[in-house]
Design a protein. Structure first.
Ligand SMILES: Cc1cc2nc3c(=O)[nH]c(=O)nc-3n(C[C@H](O)[C@H](O)[C@H](O)COP(=O)(O)OP(=O)(O)OC[C@H]3O[C@@H](n4cnc5c(N)ncnc54)[C@H](O)[C@@H]3O)c2cc1C
Length: 190
């Protein structure tokens, strides 16, 4: 057994301060990767800083230039269902629709997914293909500079992804191989 302290942040600067004050803190978004990792004792953070209740990094906005800004704490189901995303970047909505199952899509977030950068994950390929920009509490990255290797990104230890901005695109489509190993039941959103 080990002790983990839970903190609920209400602003990004709150979260950054909590992370700074922790011995070995970890940011928590949907928990769909981090919690199983903790259960398997592959991670044992001293503190969990929950980002899910920070309004400034949640939600989707179509900007004046037509680009789509998706807050880091936005779950996959919200991306899949968003009318602006479906109209401007239908391939991105389809991608979000194929992630995991309904539970994973309602808990997992775009920020958590790209910070984790699992080579099997869906979003990283889309960010690269669409030339997305990643915003953090410190700076901005192009997708090419952000993803540095398997499970590796250019983020500093204490850096928080706040949003992903997708420029307009003339055509988008997404296809992927179903996971052959797990044989879990799989259902895209209808
Ligand atoms: C059964 C199952 C099926 C899945 N299927 C798919 C799939 O088909 N395709 C796919 O792409 N993914 C899949 N996933 C992964 C899923 O998309 C997760 O949502 C994602 O990997 C992690 O997002 P999260 O919000 O849960 O992050 P968390 O688990 O909370 O965090 C993951 C990591 O990112 C860090 N982090 C979280 N948020 C931030 C932030 N804003 N800034 C900086 N660091 C941050 C955390 O500290 C942690 O290290 C699946 C997961 C499960 C459990």
């Amino acid at each position: 057994m080990y002790e983990t302290k839970y903190h609920r942040a209400s602003t990004v600067s709150d979260a950054a301060a909590m992370l700074k004050n922790a011995d070995d803190g970890k940011l928590l978004s949907g928990g769909q990767t981090l919690i199983p990792t903790m259960k398997q004792r592959l991670a044992a953070p001293s503190d969990l800083i929950d980002l899910r209740h920070i309004d400034e990094i949640a939600g989707i906005m179509k900007q004046a230039d037509g680009s789509i800004r998706i807050g880091a704490a936005t779950c996959h189901a919200d991306v899949a269902a968003n009318e602006d995303v479906k109209a401007a970047l239908p391939g991105l909505a389809d991608l979000a629709c194929t992630i995991g199952d309904p539970h994973v899509r309602h808990m997992g977030t775009i920020g958590g997914s790209i910070a984790n950068n699992d080579p099997a994950a869906d979003y990283p390929a889309a960010l690269l293909a669409l030339g997305a920009t990643i915003e953090t509490n410190k700076r901005e990255f192009s997708a090419e500079d952000f993803f540095t290797g398997m499970f590796e990104t250019a983020l500093d230890e204490d850096e928080i992804v706040t949003a992903v901005v997708f420029p307009t695109a003339s055509n988008t489509a997404y296809a992927k191989f179903p996971n052959p190993a797990s044989r879990y039941a799989w259902q895209a959103c209808l």
